[in-house]
Design a protein around this ligand. Structure first.
Ligand code: XMP
Length: 320
C-alpha cells in the first residue's frame, strides 16, 4: 500500500532512465488510462513524446475538441500532439455493417491502420506507450469475461504494426482507483480523472444496426442532453455509468399534426462495483421525464425515449 506521490516520482525517474534521449510514441484516446500515462510521460520526457489522437467520428459530442484542448498546443503539457480526423474513413468502412462484433473488428483494425500511417510519418520510434492497467493484464491474459464475450479493443494489436524497440506500460500494476489517484497527484483535472468509462469503439457500439453519420449525430445529441441533465441532478456522484444508445427501431408517432416515423433512443444508467455485474440505477422519474422531453424536442429523428431496466447479467452494460 505505497503512497501515490512516491509511485509517481519513482515512475517518472524510471521512465527518464529507460528512455534517455529516445523518441516515444503514445496512442491517446482521451480516456483516463491513456491520459494519465501520457501526462506521466510528458512530465518525464517532455517533447520527446508524441501523442497521436485518432478521432474516429464515434466520440461523444465535442469530445475531440475537449481532448485537443487538454493535450494540444494550447494545453498545459509539453508534448507533440497529433490529431487525426478520420471520421470519413471509419464511416466508409462501416457502411452496411450491422453485426456488433464485426463493427468492433472493423473499428479496431481501422484504428490500427490510421495509427500505423501516422507512426510511419514519424519514423522509427524507440518506445511505444500503452495505458494498460492491471485488470487489462488479467483479462486479456487469462481470458476474463469481457475478453471472451467481446473482442477487446484496447489490449494487444498495436505493437506489431509500429516500428518501435520497446514498450512502456507505466500503469501496468495499478487498479483503476490507483490510476485516478496518480492522475490527481500529477494535477490532471478532476473532470478528466473521474471520467466515466467509454469503450474504445465508442458510439459505434451504442448504435444498433448500421452506423451512419446521421445516426451518430442523433446519439451524440441525445447523449449530451442525458449527461447534462444527470450531471445537473447530481447523479454523477451516485451512478456508475450512464449514456444514451440508439436503437435500430423506428415507430410511428405524432408531432403537431404530423405523423412521424422515427427512432427510439434508449437511456442506460447502471450501478456497478467492478463492471462485471451491474444493476440499472434508480434514476428519479422527474429527471428521466425531463431528459425525454428535451430529447424529443431538441433531437430530430427521435420520437420515443425508453429507459433500460436490465441488469448485467443477463444484459451487458453497453447497448450493442
Ligand atoms: P459490458 O458492455 O461488457 O461493459 O458490460 C463493461 C464495461 O466495459 C466497457 N467496455 C469497454 N471498454 N473497450 C473499453 O475500453 C471496449 O471495447 C469496451 N467494451 C465495453 C463498458 O463501457 C463498461 O464500462
Amino acid at each position: 500500500n505505497w503512497k501515490m506521490d512516491t509511485f509517481v516520482e519513482n515512475s517518472i525517474r524510471e521512465i527518464r532512465a529507460k528512455v534517455g534521449k529516445g523518441k516515444v510514441l503514445c496512442a491517446l484516446s482521451g480516456g483516463v488510462d491513456s491520459s494519465v500515462a501520457a501526462v506521466m510521460l510528458s512530465k518525464a520526457i517532455g517533447s520527446q513524446l508524441t501523442c497521436v489522437f485518432v478521432d474516429h467520428g464515434l466520440l461523444r459530442k465535442n469530445e475531440g475538441d475537449e481532448v485537443e484542448a487538454v493535450f494540444g498546443p494550447e494545453g498545459p503539457y509539453d508534448l507533440n500532439f497529433i490529431r487525426v480526423n478520420a471520421q470519413e474513413r471509419f464511416y466508409d468502412r462501416l457502411a452496411g455493417i450491422e453485426e456488433p462484433e464485426e463493427k468492433r473488428k472493423i473499428i479496431g483494425e481501422e484504428f490500427i491502420r490510421v495509427f500505423e500511417e501516422e507512426a510511419k510519418k514519424i519514423g522509427a520510434v524507440d518506445f511505444l506507450v500503452q495505458g494498460t492497467i492491471y485488470p487489462d493484464v488479467v483479462e486479456s491474459g487469462l481470458g476474463g469475461e469481457s475478453a471472451v464475450i467481446k473482442s477487446h479493443h484496447n489490449v494487444g494489436g498495436l505493437p506489431d504494426y509500429v516500428d518501435f524497440k520497446e514498450i512502456i506500460e507505466p500503469l501496468r500494476d495499478l487498479f483503476k482507483d490507483e490510476v485516478r489517484k496518480a492522475g490527481l497527484e500529477m494535477g490532471i483535472p478532476e473532470k478528466l480523472v473521474f471520467r466515466q468509462p467509454f469503450p474504445g469503439p465508442g458510439l459505434g457500439i451504442r448504435i444498433i444496426g448500421e452506423i451512419t453519420a446521421e445516426k451518430v449525430k442523433i446519439v451524440q445529441d441525445a447523449d449530451a442532453i442525458y449527461r447534462e441533465e444527470m450531471d445537473a441532478a447530481g447523479m454523477k456522484a451516485t451512478v456508475g455509468q450512464y449514456f444514451a444508445a440508439l436503437t435500430n427501431m423506428r415507430s410511428v408517432g405524432v408531432m403537431g399534426d404530423e405523423r412521424t416515423y422515427d427512432y427510439a433512443v434508449a437511456l442506460r444508467a447502471v450501478n456497478t462495483i467492478d463492471f462485471m455485474t451491474a444493476e440499472a440505477a434508480e434514476v428519479p422519474y422527474a429527471v428521466l421525464n425531463k431528459v425525454m422531453s428535451r430529447i424529443i424536442n431538441e433531437v430530430r429523428g427521435v420520437n420515443r425515449v425508453m429507459y433500460d431496466l436490465t441488469s448485467k447479467p443477463p444484459g451487458t452494460i453497453e447497448f450493442e
